[in-house]
Ligand binder design. Sequence first.
Ligand SMILES: Nc1ncnc2c1ncn2[C@@H]1O[C@H](COP(=O)(O)OP(=O)(O)O)[C@@H](O)[C@H]1O
Ligand SMILES: [Mg+2]
Length: 288
Amino acid sequence: MRVVMLHSRVRVEERMLLDALERRGVACDVIDVRGEVFDLSDAGKWAEVDLVLDRSLSLTSSLAAVRILETIGVRCVNPSRTTEICSDKLQTSLALERGGVPTPRVCVGLGQASALQAVERIGYPAVIKPTVGSWGRLVSRVNDRDSAEAVIEHRAVLGSAQQQVFYIQEHIDKPGRDLRIFVVGGEAIAGIERRSEHWITNTALGGKTAGVDVSGEIGEISARAAACVGGDIVAVDLLECPDRGLLVNEINHSMEFRNSVDASGVDIPGLVIEHALALVGTQAGVAP
Ligand SMILES: Nc1ncnc2c1ncn2[C@@H]1O[C@H](COP(=O)(O)OP(=O)(O)O)[C@@H](O)[C@H]1O
Ligand SMILES: [Mg+2]
């Protein structure tokens, strides 16, 4: 069996995945995506590859490489379609709407005036986010019209074209935490809470982790969310809404899990690798 890990930096997560492969006696070529020439008319060495684990940090490179490799016929985890949807919060919201999975209300404005109208339609507090981003970056809670105008104007004047898609989400008054559920092969295998004094609970910003039980409703909604994006291996983020229960906030296609293994007590990299190896020779799931 030939397995390749595509990366742009071997972080703790990539090391953990490589260790899990090694423990199973599976050799893996570790390839920096930026150093490759992909020849569309000659599959070359890729013709022999059974599985690609895509862990590239750059979304653009990741999508380019995986689309090429899928066309050559290599099974990639995650599939490009999953990455496409999960990397974009608007596409994720649309996939969840199509799949009938509960998610916070979203309004989109494509200009400064319509963005402000979208905020006012959602009501205060509202959350304005870049459609593409992570680690809580530029996620902004606006409590009144003045702050909404300020955030929108900054984005309109200083932002790239991508920032002109104003994604406005209802604020969920969550109980000081959100939940991250790891879904592997359609099954919720582990979960953590991320708790913080700050309303943005990302661990990259100091959120503290602890394990959560993924049986019952938490596991079910997470598995349904993963199915909406055709995800083989994803992490589903849930917000607990006081009136409406669990809502899916976002889905991560190339998740970090270094802080989640001890917190959950689950061998996440081991289960990820077991499942990825079982996918060799299968078709990627198609997101509905
Ligand atoms: N609508 C919301 N209501 C309440 N908290 C939110 C909302 N959106 C985001 N948050 C908080 O901000 C964090 C970062 O937002 P998220 O949408 O996950 O962006 P990122 O992709 O940057 O992680 C979430 O983990 C959560 O703690
Ligand atoms: Mg997040």
